[in-house]
Design a protein around this ligand. Sequence first.
Ligand code: IMP
Length: 422
Amino acid sequence: MANTILVGAQWGDEGKGKIIDVLTEGADIVVRTQGGNNAGHTVFIGQKKYVLHLVPSGILREGKLCVIGNGVVVDPVSLVDEINGLTKLGIKVDGNLLISETAHLVFPYHRELDEQREILKGKNKIGTTKRGIGPAYGDKAARTGLRMIDLINAPRFELLLKQKIKENNEILKALGAAPLSFKKVHAAYRAAGDRLRPFVANTVVKLHEAARRKANILFEGAQGTFLDIDHGTYPFVTSSNTTAGGACTGSGVPPNRMDRVVAVMKAYTTRVGEGPLPTENAEIADLLHAMGREFGATTGRARRCGWFDAVATRHAAMVNGIDELAVTNVDGLDSLERIKVCEGYRCGSTRLEFVPNDIEVFSKCVPIYREFPGWNTPTTHAREWRHLPVKARSYLKAIAELTGAKLAIASVGPSREQTIFV
Ligand code: IMP
């Protein structure tokens, strides 16, 4: 399989969890490199549904080593809950998970600040998951964050946490929020630290040792290209690099050790949270929601839905260097007579072929659509490319061509079997 970076080509929730699970079969190691428990990767195995937030999806297959890399922000209490939940479901989490000692920690004051900042922003809010992700990465960039290596050093942790709680309580009080109890936070985090200690390691060294042994490494991306802190629709983004480069900085594995980039995109577009979504459309949103689809795995929020936006995915192909595409949720379009695809934006009198950086300009972009005939036939039973209706094949080929990358996988349902290799 070689070393593969997997990214989302849209606004997150592209169905990466399922594709990661499929690709994991050929991997020895699966690494998370950015984000935190704002992510929610859903994987169906048989009738069982697993939702992973911080633990890499490789945990669901025996014999795979999972790594939470240095670029991830870890809420240790929530990670312990996730590990306990997996164990209860019969998934082994023992000796097959490593957590980088330099991964930064998320604390209750990050979550509280996240919430307070959203309140202050009012109608301009980002629509965050309120998991404290922005404030935690903020501390990392300001060089005032605490890391896993601090959590497992009891005396140092106590000292550092005392200072952080004192400082953040002043800020919380000024914002009108309740201050935090050092004692309570300390007790919960120390307990989580003790539980996580056996997993904490120098993951950069471990990954390089594995790469020397020619292990196949899968770098599983969280969120999507347009939520990237540098390349997304700023400020309506998350706080990490969700694009392919983030896999290198978030793991310590250099670019010349990466072999391919696989991008996942839906056959249409969705977004949770605020910010522009040029192809947003009530008809397709109502249809998908009525089918019980497109509700967030982390927050349960109904996702905003729209037609496929090829301007966006072309942009994603540019910044990620996409080698192969996996198109998911093809079956979501099964009942439509006509399907629209955005192939350009009209902005005033100008036609744009890329996503503009100015958020005000982007908000005013009007999609230029091409129409495709719908296949109006269920695709969920298709297991091979030739089983798909001709109109579905034409549609998939067209969106891959418009994106400018090779179509490798089409997914027609949540289970492993509903995966077509093209
Ligand atoms: P944050 O990452 O919680 O700060 O949220 C920032 C933006 O990213 C919001 O629009 C969230 O809805 C979005 N976001 C964060 N994580 C995910 C995800 O896993 N899927 C989809 N959107 C996400």
